[in-house]
Ligand binder design. Structure first.
Ligand code: KIV
Length: 266
C-alpha cells in the first residue's frame, strides 16, 4: 500500500522504500499546534533549525542551542500521529567528533522523541553518519546549501552550478548514501544537479529549492502560510496568506479592549 493511503505511523524503512514511487511530502513543524494541523497530510515532519530565524528572530541558524531544538521536538512528538519525525542537529552539536554527534543525536531521540536526525553534511561528515547509523540512529543527510555553513559558503547561495560543482555534489551524495543515510535533503541546488544526484543514489531525495525530479519536497510551513514576510525564499510558494487575518484579529481585539467592548459583563 502506498504511504499516503495508510494512517499507520510512517517509519524510516517506509520512507526509504518511497524512492522513485509516491512523492514524499514534508513540512517543518516547531510546535504542537502546528504539528496537529499538518499531521494528516505529511509523510515527514522536520523540526528544522530554521526555527532560529522563523521563531526566534535570529539572523542565522548558528546560535540555536541543542536544548531548544529538543524542547520543540518533544512538543511536536507529543501530538504527531502519522508522519516520521526528523529533527535537526544544530550547529556545533555534532561536528567535533562522531562521539559528540552520537551524544546529541541520542538526546534528540530519547528526550525529543525524534525517529531520525538530520545533519548538514560536508564530505567530512561521512564517518559521523556511518557511526550513528551503525549504532541505530537513522540519519537524513542535508547537502547543497547548508545554512549552518553560511560563513563558509559566503551567504545563502544556490549550489551545484557547472560541471565541477555538480560532480562534487553527486560524489558527496553517494558518500552519504554509502555511509548509511536513509535519505538526502537537497537544499538550494541547481535543478540539473539535483536531478543527477537523485538518479545517482538509491535513497530518496527530498528537495527544497532543488528540482521537481526529487523523490519528495519540503517547505518551511510558515513560508507556505505567508508568515515569514519579506524573508520568504524565492522558490517557496504561499498557499494561504494568514498574515492579514492574524493582523485583523489582533486589531479587532485591541479596538474592543480600548472601547470597553471586551470582555462582556456576565
Ligand atoms: O531547518 C530547516 O527548516 C530545514 C528545512 C530545509 C527542512 O532544514
Amino acid at each position: 500500500m502506498s504511504a499516503h493511503r495508510t494512517n499507520k505511523r510512517l517509519t524510516v524503512p517506509t520512507i526509504r522504500r518511497m524512492k522513485g514511487g509516491d512523492k514524499i511530502v514534508s513540512l517543518t513543524a516547531y510546535s504542537a499546534w502546528m504539528a496537529r494541523l499538518i499531521d494528516s497530510v505529511t509523510d515527514v515532519l522536520i523540526v528544522g533549525d530554521s526555527m532560529a530565524m522563523v521563531e526566534y528572530g535570529m539572523s542565522s541558524t548558528l546560535g540555536l542551542p541543542l536544548d531548544t531544538v529538543i524542547g520543540h521536538c518533544a512538543a511536536v512528538d507529543r501530538v504527531r500521529q502519522r508522519p516520521l519525525l526528523v529533527c535537526d542537529l544544530p550547529f556545533a552539536s555534532f561536528e567535533r567528533s562522531p562521539q559528540q554527534a552520537y551524544e546529541s543525536a541520542a538526546r534528540v531521540i530519547a528526550e525529543g522523541g525524534a525517529d531520525a536526525v538530520k545533519l548538514e553534511c560536508t564530505e567530512a561528515m561521512a564517518e559521523t553518519v556511518a557511526f550513528l547509523v551503525q549504532r541505530g540512529i537513522p540519519v537524513m543527510s542535508h547537502i547543497g546549501l547548508m545554512p549552518q555553513h553560511v560563513n563558509a559558503q559566503g551567504g545563502f547561495r544556490r549550489q551545484g552550478k557547472g560541471k565541477t560543482a555538480s560532480s562534487e555534489l553527486v560524489k558527496q551524495a553517494k558518500m552519504m548514501a554509502h555511509a548509511g543515510a536513509f535519505s538526502l535533503l537537497l537544499e538550494g541546488i541547481y535543478s540539473e544537479t539535483a536531478d543527477l544526484v537523485t538518479k545517482s543514489v538509491t535513497v530518496p531525495t527530498i528537495g527544497i529549492g532543488a528540482s521537481l525530479g526529487c523523490d519528495g519536497q519540503v517547505l518551511v510551513t510558515e513560508d507556505i502560510l505567508g508568515l515569514t514576510g519579506d524573508d520568504i525564499p524565492g522558490f517557496a510558494r504561499i498557499y494561504q496568506d494568514l498574515k492579514p487575518g492574524i493582523e485583523e484579529a489582533a486589531a479587532r481585539f485591541a479596538d474592543d479592549v480600548r472601547e470597553g467592548l471586551f470582555p462582556q459583563d456576565s
